[in-house]
Design a protein around this ligand. Sequence first.
Ligand code: ATP
Ligand code: MG
Length: 339
Amino acid sequence: MINLKDVNKSFKVKGTTFEACKNINLSVEAGDVYGIVGYSGAGKSTLVRLINALEKPTSGQVVVKGKVINELDGKELRQIRKDIAMIFQSFNLLSSKTVYDNVAIPLLLNNTPKEEIKAKVMAMLEFVGLSDKQNVYPQNLSGGQKQRVGIARALATNPSILLCDEPTSALDPKTTDSILRLLRKVNQELNVTIILITHQINIISKICNKVAVMAEGEIIENGTVKEIFAHPKQQLTKDFINLVVDDFIPDTIFAKAMQEQGPARIYKLRVLNGNVCDTFVPDLRKQFKLELKTLSMSVMEMQGSILTSVGILAKGDAEELARFDSYLYAHYEVKEVTA
Ligand SMILES: Nc1ncnc2c1ncn2[C@@H]1O[C@H](COP(=O)(O)OP(=O)(O)OP(=O)(O)O)[C@@H](O)[C@H]1O
Ligand SMILES: [Mg+2]
C-alpha cells in the first residue's frame, strides 16, 4: 500500500541543512494500523507529510499504491491525494461553518452533485455518531466531537488511507479511547489503512498492529506491536514500553525478598502468551527444584494477545538456580535480575 525507500528529507534553514528524516525504509500493508511513535522533533509529522506529498523527499522514493508519488504532479498527483486523507491534533475545522458544511468541504471541492453530498455527509455523521449535530458550529462541540467531525470530513471522499497526526493528544483519556474505537471501526468496517502518529505509546498498544519507533529523523526499530512489545531491542523502545507495561514489584515486597538468606534471585519477566496467571509459576515449580514465589503479576491485552509481567523470587541450590536462569533467558524476556 505504502512503501518508503531510502527516503531522506532535509530542510535548509538560514544556510544550514537540517535532516528531518534520514534513510527511512517503511512498508505499510493494506489493512494495517501502523503506529509511529517518537518524541517531539523526531520527524514524525515530516514523515506523514511525505506520504501525502505535502513535502517532497530530498532523495528516495515514496510509493503509494504502486505509484512513485514524489515524481507525480498535476492531475495524477491530485488523483492519488484524494485517496489519502488526514486528521490532526488541532482538528483543523472551519469555525465559521457548521458541522454539516465542514464535512461537505472535500465533496464540494470534488464537484460532487448536491444530492450526493447530502447523502454522503449524513452517512458519515451517522458513522461517527454525530447525526444530531449537523447544524452546530465547532465552538459548541467538545474536543472528542470535533475530532469526530474531522474523521467524518476525512472519510467523506472514500479514501483508502487515513493519516492521523497526534489525533488524540488534545483529548482526555476517556475521549481518547472513544476516538481510538472509532478509528478501529474505520479500519475494520471501511477497510481504511491507517498511519497513526503519536508520542504516547499506550495509544499504539491499544489499536496498532505494527509500530515504528522514530528518533532524530530515523526509524530505530519497527515490527509488529506484539513482537516489539514483548522483545524491544533499542533502549528508547524499552523506555517507551516501560511506560505501559507494569513490571513494578512494590517496595516492601521487594525489600522482604531481598532479606532471603542463601542463594536467591529476584526476576522481572515478560511473557507473551495466553493467560498464564494461574499456571506460570506452578509450571516452573514442576521443572525446577527451587523455592519459587510470585512477588507481582500484571496483565495487559494487546492485539488479542496477553502480555504478562511477573516478579518472581527463586531460592535454592546455586547450580539449580543457574539452570533456572538459562531457561528463563532462553524462553522469556528477562527484564531485570537482582541476585
Ligand atoms: N518546513 C520546515 N523547515 C525547517 N525545519 C523543519 C520544517 N518542518 C520540520 N522541520 C524540523 O524537522 C524536525 C522534525 O519535525 P517534525 O514536525 O516532523 O517532528 P515531530 O516528530 O512531528 O514533532 P512533534 O511531536 O513535536 O510534532 C524538527 O526539528 C523541525 O524543526
Ligand atoms: Mg508532529
